[in-house]
Design a protein around this ligand. Structure first.
Ligand code: B12
Ligand code: SF4
Length: 613
């Protein structure tokens, strides 16, 4: 029996479809009788292109069954691909699966709206998919006895649903994906690979579907074996771990990190979504050694929003964990927030942004609230009077977050994109101007909207403004237009005091150095420390000459009054080994040594003189 499986994911391979195939291949009958082909594209492709490649594959293969793996980012184009293959093959059963179709009531609605789907597989798919294959081969049960599906009865046209699937007890029942021919064919060419180590999450946050399943993990033997094999492919530079509970079993997590430290090449890095709950000193230290990228999904700091979020954290908890990350120099950490959560309001959102800013992350990532099927908020969407739009079901109105405020939040979100490009600059600027970060971001957003998008927010343009701010968030090309010239224009408009404006210009001039990784001040540190640092600097091939700044632009606390702006300092700098961003790109960071004040020479004057030659 020939089965065509289609997806459209950011990852080059669909973990979901590979898992279905791998699990089925452990069944002797299916191994013998199934012929599976996986076809796909990425959401960055033109949707027409994805659809055409699926249709072409179907024409070539002439499948007996067709399956689609549907996520929020792929749903529109895959609905259309499904419609087109249904027209070509009216009698071939079409199955949809994936998180976006896993809500039981919604699955019925989808069946009613889309005649191009016959069966929807809800939630975990391996076991159900194997049952369906047997069904179509004639070696299995009738559809009404297969758990975890919603389907259209072909004879009567009625819509039916069966009880939820029973999850796999032992995830090791899915053979390693690394043994699949599809993976063998690509593994020597791809730079990124993902390893799923855990399913489910104990938190069950109301906006998330990940927390929806019972918690199960692959065995450590299996994880070590797969990880060792992946790390041995030196072309793979980045490994993603899908484990929402990383650190839950402390000893195991630590063992895994030690394994990574011992086995990874220097240019290989790993990304976890570590749960802050489980962080301790040793785990942080090991994560630093393993070069782990940290994302802290704090989402909000507003107590009113926590009430509905079903999260076990509060601000006090965050205050106790964030310093731990900082202590271990887990620099490339992104603070993630959600804009527009039920119960939150614009002031609460501003405070969350300010909180995230003051933890000095590399990035503040704001996601507009997207109401996902099968989640807690989905079930309560009428109660919160949620209005949403577009493929991502972006919420633009709810009881505590009316549309006007959502637009302000969208402007702040644009400002945080700018932060991502210039974090050091933004930190210094906020301190210099003594402004709330969220206000600076909002201003940046307004200027960007006017200058780049040429849009004014008026009652008639409101829907367009809203869509561009909230739905555009998933496009990247605008981010590159958030440049320093735009900031200069903003500052010229906003800052009236000439001394402050000159200081802001100084920050712009020194902006690349502001992202410093380490700041050594010769005026206060012991002589040996500075002597050693100067020796490093003098040997560094990319060292700067001795530079001068009109005030201590590196220390956010250095400007208390305008008089401080005329206290010139001299400094030197050299690049240091850089952290990587989420996509594995190097971020340039500097070590700065403040030598002293030219008019008030420090006790290190002789030392400076000799190294500066
Ligand atoms: C890795 C990941 C990503 C990757 C991309 C992954 C990819 N495939 O390209 C990245 C980091 C880019 C990403 C981004 C986002 N993600 Co994400 N991501 C995940 C994550 C952690 C793992 C997905 C995975 O591979 N799981 C392993 C596979 C085996 O499990 P599965 O996907 O559930 O598949 C099973 C079943 O669904 C079913 N199944 C699936 N397809 C099919 C097909 C058939 C025919 C059958 C029978 C069964 C079946 O069987 C599979 C095996 O059991 C999930 C959470 C999770 N743990 O699943 C979220 C998740 C998929 N992401 C989600 C979201 C919302 C996003 C974002 C929109 C978040 C945001 N606010 O920005 C962004 C999108 C960014 C953008 N620009 O559009 C949601 C999706 C919900 C939905 N309705 O689609 C999830 C479920 C998490 C959540 N918050 O609830 N994500
Ligand atoms: S902790 Fe993360 S993975 Fe778990 S339910 Fe909450 S958002 Fe989802």
């Amino acid at each position: 029996m020939k089965i065509l499986l289609a997806h459209c994911d950011f990852a080059p391979a669909s973990l979901a479809l590979l898992n279905l195939k791998s699990y089925a291949s452990a069944d002797p009958v299916l191994k013998e009788r199934l012929q599976t082909r996986i076809v796909g594209g990425t959401p960055h492709d033109d949707p027409e292109h994805t659809i055409a490649s699926i249709v072409t594959a179907a024409k070539e293969m002439q499948p007996d069954v067709i399956g689609f793996s549907i996520y929020i980012w792929s749903r529109f184009r895959l609905y259309e691909a499904s419609r087109q293959v249904r027209m070509l093959f009216p009698n071939v059963p079409i199955i949809w699966g994936g998180p976006d179709v896993s809500d039981e009531a919604y699955a019925q609605e989808l069946l009613a709206e889309h005649p191009s789907v016959d069966i929807i597989v809800r939630d975990e798919g391996e076991r159900t998919f194997a049952h369906l294959c047997h069904h179509f081969l004639g070696t299995g049960k009738p559809l009404s006895d297969i758990t975890g599906i919603s389907f259209r009865d072909r004879a009567t046209g009625s819509l039916q649903g069966t009880p939820n699937v029973q999850y796999l007890d032992n995830l090791d029942d899915i053979p390693s994906l690394l043994d699949l021919p599809e993976v063998e064919a690509m593994i020597d060419q791809i730079p990124v690979f993902a390893l799923e180590t855990f399913r489910g999450c104990y938190m069950g946050c109301a906006y998330c579907y990940w927390g929806g399943t019972t918690r199960r993990s692959f065995s450590m033997e299996r994880v070590f074996s797969d990880l060792g094999r992946i790390l041995s492919h030196k072309n793979i530079k980045k490994i993603w771990f899908f484990d929402s509970m990383f650190g839950y079993k402390k000893a195991v997590a630590k063992e895994l990190l030690r394994f990574i430290v011992a086995n990874k090449a220097p240019d290989q890095s790993v990304t976890f979504f570590p749960n802050l709950d489980f962080l301790d000193e040793e785990l942080c230290s090991l994560m630093k050694q393993a070069g782990v990228y940290i994302e802290a999904g704090i989402q909000t700091t507003n107590e009113d929003a926590y009430e509905y979020l079903n999260r076990k954290w509060d601000k006090k908890f965050l205050d106790s964990k964030i310093p731990l990350l900082k202590k271990y120099g887990l620099h490339a950490n992104a603070q993630q927030l959600i804009l527009g959560l039920p119960g939150d309001h614009i002031e609460g959102f501003r405070s969350s942004v300010d909180y995230a800013f003051h933890t000095k992350p590399e990035a503040i990532q704001i996601f507009p609230f997207s109401v996902l099927p099968a989640t807690g908020y989905w079930k309560r969407r009428a109660e919160f009077q949620v209005k949403y739009e577009g493929q991502y079901r972006i919420v633009y109105h709810s009881t505590t977050f009316p549309e006007d405020d959502m637009v302000i939040g969208g402007l702040i979100m644009v400002g945080t994109k700018w932060y991502e490009r210039y974090p050091g600059m933004a930190q210094q600027l906020v301190s210099l101007l003594k402004i709330r970060p969220s206000y600076l971001f909002e201003r940046m957003g307004r200027i960007f909207m006017k200058e780049v998008w040429q849009l004014e927010d008026t009652p008639s343009s409101r829907p367009l403004v809203r869509k561009r701010l909230l739905c555009q968030a998933f496009e990247v090309e605008d981010v590159n237009r958030l440049d320093l010239e735009l900031l200069r224009a903003a500052l010229n408009r906003e800052v009236e005091d000439p001394a402050l404006r000159a200081a802001a210009d100084e920050l712009l001039r020194l902006q690349s150095y502001l992202n410093c990784d380490e700041l050594l001040d010769a005026r206060i540190l012991p002589e040996e420390r500075i002597t050693a640092a100067m020796q490093d600097w003098s040997r560094h091939p990319a060292r700067s000459p001795v530079l001068e700044a009109s005030f201590n632009a590196f220390d956010t606390g250095s400007v208390e009054s305008l008089a401080d702006l005329s206290r010139r300092i001299q400094f030197v700098a050299h690049p240091v080994q850089t952290p990587k961003d989420f996509f594995g790109k190097d971020l340039t960071r500097y070590r700065i040594i403040i030598l002293g004040e030219p008019h008030h020479p420090s006790r290190f004057r002789d030392l400076i003189g000799s190294h500066a030659q």
